[in-house]
Ligand binder design. Structure first.
Ligand code: COA
Length: 339
């Protein structure tokens, strides 16, 4: 737990934004390519459609649009932003896409870098940004969670291709006093020993170079997933980490305004809510429209809920992200909104 880190200053969540690709792909349309059905996908996952990056769009473009919306909501001047932290596993450039986003947004004083932790990426980035703000090393940070997984999905593998979509979400975070802290606590975990059940791994082939020396070919294999193992991991670890966070902070599940989980599967959302007896109306879900957008799900969902007036200033939110790595984490947040 962040016992020492929280003694310095506070972190305020003052803006949000999101962006999704124009193309909307329905379950029935996927059924034109692989042997599946709308009924199977809805029943097992709660997903009805997903948005897929098309011509003229990109991860950088979605990230910048989401970031711009968050900047607008926060009312920040461009020169006041210190850091752009882009959580993604699917950059447009392996050297990092954050600097391109920084340039597109005109944030000339901001340093920018990518952070990779798969579907937990946004939560990990939020907590990382929080450390710069608590210590007052920085004053304003734009955290973006974005993924373009549809370019790494095997569109002929019905066990995984039905799950994923593309999108981006962003949150504007500002340093504040400890009394006004909106990032109350967090817990982050990794277990690489169990990581083989969800991978987007390198092509494992070598080519001859010179003098019997060789080099590894660049490139990645499509997403490979053992769905049942990932499901078991999620329904075991997410309640456990949330329980740990609530207990340490002496917060009862009743006092939460919202449960904001990584949007992977409606059955996972329902199972976690039931474990804490949280009514389903308090469980934020937009899975039906977007599917699993990896690092984007949490900020995309938060932004929709803020703009619909569901999440209001002062609301207490328990959030948890989980996914490949394996990685998982949870955070307790209080939404503040713009001044
Ligand atoms: N359409 C129709 N049938 C499908 C299918 C699809 N899209 N995908 C799998 N099936 C079939 C399987 O082939 C299997 O058939 P069989 O019994 O004849 O072999 C049957 O459905 C059951 O497959 P199973 O894998 O046991 O289904 P499931 O109930 O575990 O549901 C998932 C599959 C993927 C929906 C579920 O395991 C899941 O959500 N896991 C977590 C995945 C996840 O969230 N990943 C990202 C984490 S960040």
């Amino acid at each position: 737990m962040a016992e020492t880190a929280r003694n310095i200053g506070g972190v305020s969540l003052v803006g949000s934004g999101s962006a999704t690709p124009k193309q909307r792909l329905t379950n029935d349309e996927i059924g034109l390519r692989v042997d599946t059905s709308d009924d199977w996908i809805r029943t097992r996952t709660g997903i009805a459609s997903r948005h897929v990056v098309g011509l003229g769009e990109s991860l950088t473009h979605l990230s910048a649009n989401a970031g711009q919306a968050a900047l607008d909501m926060a009312g920040w001047s461009l020169e006041s932003v210190d850091l752009v932290l882009l959580a993604t596993s699917t950059p447009d450039d392996l050297f990092g896409s954050a600097p391109k986003v920084q340039a597109k947004l005109g944030l000339s004083n901001a340093v920018a870098f990518d952070l990779t932790a798969a579907c937990s990426g946004f939560l990990f980035a939020l907590v990382t940004a929080g450390q710069f703000l608590r210590t007052r090393a920085m004053n304003r940070v734009l955290v973006i969670g974005a993924d373009h997984l549809t370019r790494w999905v095997d569109w002929d593998d019905r066990r995984s291709c039905v799950l994923f979509g593309d999108g981006a979400g962003a949150v504007a975070l500002e340093a504040t006093s400890y009394e006004q802290d909106g990032l109350l606590d967090f817990c982050l975990k990794s277990d690489g020993s169990r990581g083989d059940c969800l991978t987007l791994s390198q092509v494992d082939s070598f080519n001859s170079l010179v003098n019997e020396k060789n080099f590894q070919t660049g490139g990645f294999l499509p997403v490979e997933m053992n769905g049942q193992e990932v499901y078991k991991f999620a329904v075991r670890e997410v309640p456990a980490i949330l329980q740990e966070l609530l207990s340490v902070n002496k917060i009862s599940a009743d006092s939460l305004d919202w449960l904001l989980l990584h949007q992977a599967n409606q059955r996972i959302l329902d199972a976690v809510a039931d474990r804490f007896s949280i009514p389903h109306r308090k469980v934020l879900s937009n899975l039906a429209e977007y599917g699993n957008t990896s690092a984007a799900t949490i900020p995309l969902m938060l932004d929709e809920a803020v703009r619909k007036g569901l999440v209001k200033p002062g609301h207490l939110i328990a959030s948890s992200g989980f996914g490949a790595g394996l990685s998982w984490g949870a955070a307790l947040m209080r939404w503040q909104g713009p001044a």
